[in-house]
Design a protein around this ligand. Sequence first.
Ligand code: SKM
Length: 289
Amino acid sequence: EKILGLIGRNIAYSRSPLIHNTACDLLALPYVYTIFNIASADLIEPAIAGARALGIAGLNVTTPYKTTVVPFLDELSPEAASIGAVNTIVNNNGHLAGYNTDIAGFAAPLRPYAQRIKGNPVSVFGNGGAALAAIEAFRIFFHPCCVYLFVRDSAKASAMLENYVHRDIVTLCLIEELFSGESGAIAKIQRSLVIVNATPIGTAGRQNETETSILPLDTELLHPDHIVYDMVYNPLFTPLIKAAKASGAATISGIEMLLGQAARSFELWTGKEMPLEQVRAVLINNLLS
Ligand code: SKM
């Protein structure tokens, strides 16, 4: 059996083993996908060296190591290089190639709306790697004229954007201004065709979650022309998805991105197409139980 796995920190929650092991069972492929919990960033270099030496066939990488792994790989795909983040490693006889399937995985469920999105502004909430993957996906697949990036901490967001080659498509906006009713910020949300939550806000069982912090924005601002995309997938129906549905907006659940990136990683490792409908059914069942 060949070994696949996920490296990250505190990742027992991950549904990636379920997704990939289900797909391998369905296709009778000789792989097993496991969790490699890595406690600190200084263990990444030896972990990658170990994966190379042991012939681990492939890895996913999740928070907080998507940029940490980059210097230890032999090759980067163009989209991984553009945002400096890797979520998929393929081991070809000791040669490690890094990819980023979050970008295309994010874009996949937006494809049916492509004609509507092109040329329109979109809003993304968050200042981490997930937000950057979404921004790059809009740039590559939908050419919106601009992305409004709503953040709480503009210093952190500016630091993140500093390393991003295409930062000129991003306009930094403050979440505070939205909550204090600043008209410019509100107009940006109202003009946006897609609203993306790339923060962990709304995730089940998060520490210190209060009534007012389960939503990234005042959902009164949502309207039926919006497409609301929540990257959070647990719970399946997040507070944002529920509010968006109530306002008549189209909604995309975080499981679509999770499945989208997984399907692309799976194909890079196995050369086979993931049986998406069956895997989605198993995942939904698991999240609802
Ligand atoms: O990019 C993905 C990663 O491949 C797997 C994952 C997970 O299992 O939670 C989340 C994302 O970071």
